[in-house]
Design a protein around this ligand. Structure first.
Ligand code: TMP
Length: 221
């Protein structure tokens, strides 16, 4: 029997480079499919043709210094397209949206990493997203040395972000963890330093709880 429709949920996956977002995104997608939940998977920056073009601009290594304001605004320009054309319509159809990074990445990379004031990010977040916030953020956490070693084994010199120094990623990680500590209901921190079965066991437990909560809401329990 088909399971009753739930309200669409926005689930995001976050973490520094090399935490295993892609593998774990597939794991979550398989679990949602097995539970009979309609969903889409998408990513940021990107997720629409224009937003993917902005992604390419943002990630390309270049000689010209990129100002933190330009980087911030390009992130939110891509997000505006993505929210309007993909995320909001999917949620309105009752689908779940599984997104590889979202605005927490802006707080972590542009806020923590580049030093953009939180208030500037918060203003753009309200302007671009209205009340839309993730229902659950899975923060895959690993120490910076391990994450960067994994990322560099995969992609060599890497994109414009992957070329940043260790200190940059230490600030990014600290900003992610501070946000998670400040809102333990919305964030679920997963220790991504262990082996994959252990990571996915933790992820599975947290996801099953979210699915059960969504079904209780539908059945009025
Ligand atoms: P990805 O390669 O993990 O998909 O992410 C692309 C890069 O973009 C990654 O280094 C993090 C960065 N990024 C930001 O700096 N701010 C943001 O808001 C987002 C969504 C990503």
């Amino acid at each position: 029997m088909a399971s009753p429709a739930t309200r669409g949920r926005l689930i995001t996956l976050e973490g520094i480079e090399g935490v295993g977002k892609s593998t774990n995104l597939r794991f979550i997608a398989d679990r949602l499919a097995a539970a009979g939940i309609p969903f889409i998977t998408t990513r940021e920056p990107g997720g629409t043709p224009l937003a993917e073009e902005i992604r390419a601009l943002l990630l390309a290594p270049r000689d010209e210094a990129v100002s933190r304001q330009a980087e911030l605004l390009l992130m939110f320009a891509a997000r505006a397209q993505h929210v309007t054309n993909v995320i909001a319509p999917a949620l309105a159809r009752g689908e779940w949206v599984l997104c590889d990074r979202f605005t927490d990445a802006t707080y972590a990379y542009q806020g923590g990493g580049r030093g953009v004031p939180q208030a500037s990010i918060a203003w753009l977040e309200d302007y671009v997203q209205d009340a839309l916030r993730p229902d659950r953020v899975f923060l895959l956490d690993v120490d910076v040395a391990t994450g960067l070693a994994r990322a560099r084994a995969r992609s060599g010199a890497g994109d414009r972000f992957e070329r940043e120094r260790v200190e940059f990623f230490e600030r990014v990680r600290a900003a992610y963890l501070a946000r998670a500590r400040a809102d333990g209901r919305r964030y679920c921190v997963i220790d991504a330093g262990g082996d994959l079965p252990a990571v996915q066991r933790d992820l599975g437990v947290a996801l099953d709880a979210l699915i059960a909560e969504a079904r209780r809401e539908v059945s009025g329990g």
